[in-house]
Design a protein around this ligand. Structure first.
Ligand SMILES: [Zn+2]
Length: 80
């Protein structure tokens, strides 16, 4: 038995969105009414850049730490 993923109402047949006809209409109406709120592309792009920069910084610091640890271990093995 197929159910609407939003309200759980029993459906006669599965739908592509997983929503029943009533919830399908409601979700479309809501998206149009709040389109300006959901798609501030400049703000989304800025947040994405911040996340990317943050991840690059973390990767850089981790790599630097790993190299330093490996270097210290190698010096230790050589008795320097
Ligand atoms: Zn529903």
């Amino acid at each position: 038995m197929t159910r609407c993923t939003r309200c759980g109402r029993t459906l006669k047949a599965p739908t592509a969105s997983g929503l029943g006809p009533v919830c399908q209409v409601k979700s479309m109406t809501r998206c149009e009414a709040t389109a300006d709120l959901w798609f501030d592309t400049e703000q989304l792009a800025q947040r994405a850049r911040q996340r990317v920069n943050f991840r690059i910084e973390i990767s850089y610091k981790r790599a630097l730490r790993d190299v330093r640890q490996d270097f210290a271990a190698a010096r230790g093995r050589l008795g320097l």
